[in-house]
Design a protein around this ligand. Structure first.
Ligand code: HPA
Length: 284
């Protein structure tokens, strides 16, 4: 057996161990997997009858290192539907390899979850955006120069070459737009560009992101979407615009500012996510 195949076998074993452990607590199949980005932990307060498992208790689970990411898996109900929530995601810039970054998504799928809701904080490069706006991601550009599917294909998960013509589920997108319209929430739809980080972009880089067709930029989400599509999951992702960048905008960005902007947008995000979960039968 080659080293690569041996490693793959080990990865499968790790996934099985993790899933076995989580199943001791999570006995039903959650309908949704939710990933909470920077500062979005408050959404977890909306989970009824929560059961929390801290990452450090879960075998083979990566550990998070960032402020605003609490490091808990929370199982419970939103609008009567079972959800499993990752409060604190794993980023490439933390030094995790891509297998670790997407590990929770693979665990979600192995637990039987088919619908994924991802959230993140991002910089807006579309001149129509304001801080605190919400953008539904309709497409992305992977500029991380990395891909979680590099290496031997995990045949148990999906095909070698993954179709990405509809990375974000059109029905979920439509439903989210409809909800926002009904609730009078201004919502954008746009292209998310993922870079490695951890530096925020220079003015010239923000300019390039706009030039290549981006509306927002961040350091996450895309690897998770790729892994999810590999396993044939349906994905909805939303970005909170926490700062604005462009070739002629040279104001400083700080993590604190990012967290404050997320806080401001939180009530609307919560509304959209809750309704989307409640109305799941409309897009099944
Ligand atoms: N760039 C990249 N990532 C981010 C930004 C940004 O401007 N804001 C929040 N996350």
């Amino acid at each position: 057996m080659s080293d690569q195949l041996r490693e793959l076998e080990k990865y499968y074993e790790h996934i099985d161990e993790t899933v076995d452990y989580i199943r001791k607590t999570v006995r039903e199949i959650p309908e949704f997997g939710i990933v909470l980005g920077s500062g979005l932990g408050k959404l977890a307060c909306e989970i009824n009858n929560p059961i929390t498992i801290s990452y450090d208790k879960i075998p083979n689970f990566p550990q998070t290192t960032i402020e605003g990411h609490s490091g808990k898996l929370i199982f419970g109900e939103i609008e009567g539907k079972k959800v499993l929530t990752l409060s604190g995601r794993f980023h490439y810039y933390e030094g995790h390899n891509m297998s670790k970054v997407v590990y929770p998504i693979r665990i979600f799928r192995k637990l039987g979850i088919k619908k994924l809701i991802l959230s993140n904080a991002s910089g807006g490069v579309n001149p129509n955006f304001k801080v605190g706006d919400i953008m539904l991601i309709r497409d992305h550009i992977n500029m991380m120069m990395q891909n979680p599917l590099i290496g031997p294909n995990i045949d148990k998960h999906g095909p070698r070459f993954v179709d990405m013509h509809e990375p974000y589920d059109l029905e979920m997108l439509e439903k989210a737009e409809e909800i926002a319209r009904e609730q009078n929430i201004i919502i954008h739809k746009g292209v998310y560009v993922a870079l490695q980080g951890p530096t925020f972009e220079t003015p010239a880089e923000y300019g390039m992101i706009r030039y290549i067709g981006g509306d927002a930029v961040g350091m996450s989400t895309v690897p998770e979407v790729i892994a999810a599509k590999h396993m044939d999951m349906r994905v909805l992702a939303l970005s909170i615009i926490t700062d604005l960048g462009g070739p002629d905008i040279s104001s400083a960005v700080s993590h604190k500012e990012v967290l404050e902007a997320v806080d401001k947008a939180m009530p609307q995000v919560i509304l959209i996510v809750k309704e989307l979960i409640k109305l799941t039968d409309d897009y099944n």
